[in-house]
Structure formats: structure tokens, C-alpha cells
Write a protein that binds this ligand. Sequence first.
Ligand code: ATP
Length: 371
Amino acid sequence: MLAREDVAEGSERQSAGLAATAAVSLVALTKRFGDQVAISGISLDIADGEFFSLLGPSGSGKTTTLRLIAGFERPTSGSVRLQGKDVTKIPPFERDVNTVFQDYALFPHMTVGDNVGYSLRVRRVPRRDRAARVAETLETMRLGGFEKRKPSELSGGQRQRVALARALINRPRVLLLDEPLGALDTKLREEMQGELKDVQRGAGITFIFVTHDQHEALALSDRIAVFGAGRIEQVGTPSEIYERPATPFVAGFVGASNLVDDDLAARIIGERRRFMIRPEKIRMVGVAEPVANGECTVVGTVRDIVYLGAQTVYVVAVSPDRTLSVVTQNVNATATDARAQKGREVRLVWQRDQTMALGPGSPGTQWEAGT
Ligand code: ATP
């Protein structure tokens, strides 16, 4: 299994043209369904052992990309390579990948053991070897003792683990996961996230993980590709995606963001340039509080308060038609303290280098740090 640093080093080697072969390469991949363009010109290299997420809103082309890698769909143009080999015309069962679907797709009439061992039986692995591999895989997935149960006798989290065990038993080099935690409640989902990451680290398998949940993608991934309307908006590590979003779309989709432009931008930064500032980077202080060099500031009135337990979101009107959201940790503050802020005049302050501005010379899509 590659550590994060190794993956980063691998990427550097690749961009230097010294490439360790990518586990999965997509080359100018386009898929149309009739008039509908599902994805358009997607190119991507995913390193061996990487936990790689495809993140984006509904309909942005994530599942289509995954199905093209698995071989369930043929591209309209472009190619798919696995370990450097062009597999575009090769059927799914001859590709060294396995898929875990959101609905698990377990055989309801078979026991857990038979579900997990099914692909070995199809490949005529002898019964004794099969039993040993099934037992070992069930143990890895903390499913020891569940072998004789039917899927209907399991919880959602257990069924999900059976689906994972069934995919892992073939020891594929690449595992494709399509919103595998989508059907679970929040608590179980968080638990399973940890387990997924452990399994991936332990087995050293390349995971390609489809999700529309930004928290899940940020928490689990070595790298993320953010999809918007059939195209990749940005590929990067979680911190690159969050701290340095390449486009307004990424800034808006991953994490909350305040967009400021026109007169308000001119008032705050002295230029009519659109910029973005994250709600958690803003301090809310008394109006009379002094502002240091290198800080941006604007005065406003607290219009709304959303108390979230650990945090509070303050919505502050800074002009007749604009509000900025500010997130603060409730270190000492209670809900009553938070609500008492409503209607108050406040000063918002943040470090100038936390703003992301639309860069000059680029046609309105690239952000640059500091304004
Ligand atoms: P979700 O998060 O909702 O699953 P997604 O990002 O995975 O969305 P895709 O399922 O890849 O998106 O769909 C991308 C686009 O292609 C959508 O507009 C969808 O309606 C269209 N599409 C996908 N499959 C087909 C199909 N078999 N026939 C026609 N259009 C399709």
C-alpha cells in the first residue's frame, strides 16, 4: 500500500514523465446517451493504492465514469487503461476491477458465505480453498459468525460489509465503489467510513469512490476529482480542493463560501473584483475593535442565527442586499448567548491572505490567493 507521500511522489514522477504506471488512466473520455452528454473529455491518472474520490452533484457524470472504468458502458470516444493496458474494448469480467453498488446487489436467497464465495465458485476454485478464503475475508470484514445468515437477517451496515467482502475476495487491483454508504444513517455511515479506509490501507487496493458528500470525500480521499456538468473542475488533495478551489464552482460545492463582488468588493478590498471568503475564516467582533494591517473588514448587522450545537452560523447583513455567513465554534457560548447576538451591529474581520480572488487575465474562472 502506498502512503500519502508515496502517492504524491508518484504523481510528481508522473508529471516529470518518469511515470510509475497509473492503476487507472482515462484518456479524453466522452460518453453520450443520444443527445445527452453524460461526460465530456475526461482525462485522469489514478495511482496504484490511491483512495480516489469522484465528487460532484447529481447528474454530473460520476456514475457514468465509474461504469466506463468497470466496462458496463462503452465510451463514445476516448479510452480506459488499467495498469497501462488499453481495456476500452474488453468486457467487464475480463477487467481486474470489482464494483460495490449503493444497493449492495446481494443475492437474497443465498447465505452470507455463499454470497461472498460466489465468484470463486464461478471460477471453479476448489471447495476447501473457497471455504478458507471466505472465512478469512469474513474475518477481515468483522463478519465472523454471520456465514450462515441470509442478507435479510442483517443490518444495513452488515449488508454493506458483506458487499465489500464479496468484492474484496477476488483481491482486485482496483475497487470501484458507487455511493456505497448512501443507504446508511449518519452514525453508521461515519463508522463505515473508518472501516472502508482501514480496509483500503490494509489491502493496498486502489479505491475509486463515487460520492456527492463533500465531508465523506474530504475525510477519506488521498485525492479528489470534483465533477460539474460532465467535466472535471479540479483534481487535488482534500486540502488543495478546500483551501485552493480552482473555480467558483468548486468553491461553492466543497464547503460553504461567501462570494463578494461589485460595490461591496470595492468597499472591502478597494477593487471591484469578485472574491471568496470561507465562513470559518471570519471573526465577528465589536464594531469598535481595531483592525490590524493585513486584515479585511466590513461592518454589518446580525440578521439570522443558526445554532448547530458545536457551532453557530451567524448571517450578517453587510449591505441592503448582501449577507455574509460567519461560523464560530461554541467554545464557551451557549444557544442563549448566540441568540442574543440577533440585531446587533458587528464588525467582521479576516486575514487578507484568506481571500480568494478571480485572477486577472483568466476568463472569470480561476481563483488566486490574496487580493
Ligand atoms: P448521481 O449522483 O445522481 O448518481 P452522477 O453524477 O452519477 O449522478 P450520472 O449518473 O453519471 O451522474 O449521469 C450523468 C448524466 O448522464 C445525467 O444527466 C444522466 O441523466 C445521464 N445519463 C446517465 N445514464 C444514462 C442513460 N443510460 N441514458 C440516458 N442518460 C443517461
